[in-house]
Design a protein around this ligand. Structure first.
Ligand SMILES: Cc1cc2nc3c(=O)[nH]c(=O)nc-3n(C[C@H](O)[C@H](O)[C@H](O)COP(=O)(O)OP(=O)(O)OC[C@H]3O[C@@H](n4cnc5c(N)ncnc54)[C@H](O)[C@@H]3O)c2cc1C
Length: 507
């Protein structure tokens, strides 16, 4: 992970990110073209305007683009991308900028294409369970548009701000993905602007058309294969009933074992979320849900489906919680109380600011059955580093979000916290898991990619990327650990010209 500590006067350069090969004259010509396409008021070039876009939700990385452009239509996006391609200037798509891995970090001297003006819901077809939206529509706006009879299940905690385009690019998840699946399970079609400006449609209204799964390749590609300008989504009928409880335990181990037993017993909760002591403390300070500060773990379990099934299974879940040591099981009596429980869970990330001036949100995956051991190893690592790590996560999927707390004003603490974050990912990998569950690789985790994938895998990824983007203009410097360019010969290591020029590092 690179951490940009101070922002210099000029453009900030992320080490390892290929930089635009364009002279200022080229950029002035390009900016004039962008203004002609989108209108003067939608092209920002002043530093004070560009600072708004210098990072995404991962604030440790910053970069100032040459221009930020806010197209108002898909055609304008196409023309903007085509103009960048002609000028050979790299571009980065940005939705709401809530990403947590630096995916929407601008390229210095590149163009940032902000899609927040494309927020029309284009079609709702509930008979066929489909909606078609522009990429800037927020996640929660989709459920709002099709509710109450239908809903859109992937529900990142950031859902009131994050965009569907960002969700697609990150293959975002959320609390209800354990039962319902991730974004990739709900995208049936995409209109894409390829990095050379060509517009193509992949998939569409129907599920699973024949041919290679290009839709699957694009979902989760983190803006490296092009820009989505239209998204067809599957929506599903809302469940007949929802029952929610929160159980408190003395230890995370008890809560972890409870999760395993619930799932192994064949219960498929709509959501099963865990918070540890520090997360409970932070969330309660903000949400005031009445959660007991000082308890070791809270398990929020939600069942949904038919009334009869929920009633029967709910009692089973309560018994399992009690058998594993919970002496405090609270059942939401009404929708208001249910919303209070969820408010506490969804506030947990932001609420960490109450107990620590700075923190890294980590995102790793482990096999669910290893939860108790892994949580203990994280505790041990936190003690070894003398730092607080709070845990709040999607327990059913084994998708951990350790929040590594530090005080950036204390010399060396940010670096220690970073190192600890990396060690936590190593623990996830040793347990048979992954370096990211839903927040993506972005710029933050690319150095960890070789821990999961060997050279042949990375070369295969790169060949796919080059098939979409031979010029390497779409979100360069993200996801891939080394500055591989299209046409680079796979095989034994040869120093890349960018490395030789001191412009990029090899990890
Ligand atoms: C408090 C908080 C809670 C969060 N909780 C969750 C959670 O529960 N689950 C989860 O999965 N994530 C979560 N996130 C992370 C984040 O909200 C998601 O990754 C989200 O999908 C990002 O959407 P965005 O619109 O903000 O995208 P951005 O951050 O703007 O961009 C993310 C990536 O998508 C690319 N991109 C954006 N739009 C397009 C497009 N139209 N075409 C092609 N590429 C595009 C960008 O280039 C970038 O690589 C959370 C973040 C915060 C701050």
């Amino acid at each position: 992970m690179y951490v940009m500590t101070a922002v210099p006067e000029g453009p900030t350069v992320v080490p390892g990110a290929p930089q635009a090969d364009a002279s200022p004259r080229d950029l002035r010509a390009l900016v004039a073209e962008l203004r002609a396409i989108c209108g003067d008021e939608w092209v920002y070039t002043h530093e004070h305007q560009l600072r708004t876009y210098e990072s995404d939700g991962l604030l440790q990385y910053t970069a100032i683009p040459a221009a930020a452009v806010l197209p108002g239509t898909a055609e304008q996006v196409r023309d903007v991308v085509a103009a960048c391609a002609r000028a050979q200037v790299p571009f980065v798509a940005r939705g709401a900028g809530s990403g947590l891995s630096g995916g929407a970090l601008p390229v210095a001297d590149g163009v940032l294409i902000v899609l927040s003006r494309l927020k029309r819901i284009l079609e709702i077809d509930l008979d066929n369970g489909r909606v078609c939206v522009e990429p800037g529509v927020t996640n929660s706006a989709v459920s709002a548009a099709v509710g109450p009879a239908f809903f859109y299940p992937p529900d990142p905690s950031s859902q009131i701000v994050c965009s569907i385009g960002g969700n697609v690019a990150e293959n975002s998840g959320g609390a209800h993905c354990f039962k319902y699946g991730f974004t990739t399970n709900y995208v049936t079609g995409l209109e894409l602007v390829l990095p050379d400006g060509e517009v193509v449609q992949v998939g569409g209204f129907e599920l699973d058309p024949p041919g290679y799964d290009l839709l699957g390749a694009f979902v989760g590609s983190e803006g490296t294969l092009g820009v989505a300008t239209k998204v067809w989504l599957r929506v599903v009928p809302s469940p007949e009933t929802v029952r929610t409880l929160v159980a408190f335990f003395d230890h995370t181990r008890q809560a972890g074992e409870t999760v395993s037993e619930i799932v192994q017993g064949g219960v498929v909760p709509g959501a099963i979320e865990m918070m540890d002591e520090k997360a409970i403390e932070a969330a309660e300070g903000t949400a005031k849900a009445g959660f007991p500060v000082g308890r070791g773990a809270a398990l929020l379990v939600e069942l949904d489906g038919s009334e009869r099934e929920c009633d029967a299974r709910f009692e089973e879940v309560r018994e399992i919680c009690e058998r594993h040591g919970s002496d405090d099981v609270r059942v939401a009596r009404d929708e208001e109380e249910r919303q209070r429980f969820w408010k506490a869970r969804k506030a947990a990330f932001a609420a960490m600011g109450r107990i620590s001036p700075n923190y890294f949100v980590q995102d790793g995956v482990i096999p669910r059955t290893t939860l108790p051991e892994v949580l203990e190893r994280i505790d041990d690592l936190a003690s070894e580093y003398g730092l607080i790590v709070a845990n709040v996560f999607h327990a059913g999927d084994g998708n951990l979000h350790p929040l590594v707390c530090f005080d950036g004003s204390v010399e060396g603490q940010a670096e220690r916290a970073e190192e600890l974050s990396g060690r936590i990912l190593d623990v996830c990998l040793e347990a048979g898991g992954s370096i990211t569950g839903e927040h993506g690789v972005g710029v933050d985790k690319k150095r960890h990619m070789p821990k999961m994938f060997d050279e042949a895998d990375l070369d295969a990824f790169q060949r796919l990327r080059c098939a979409f983007d031979p010029a390497g203009l779409a979100n360069p410097g993200k996801v891939m650990p080394t500055p591989r360019l299209c046409g680079e010969v796979p095989g034994i290591y040869r120093q890349h010209p960018l490395e030789a020029a001191g412009l990029a590092d090899r990890f």
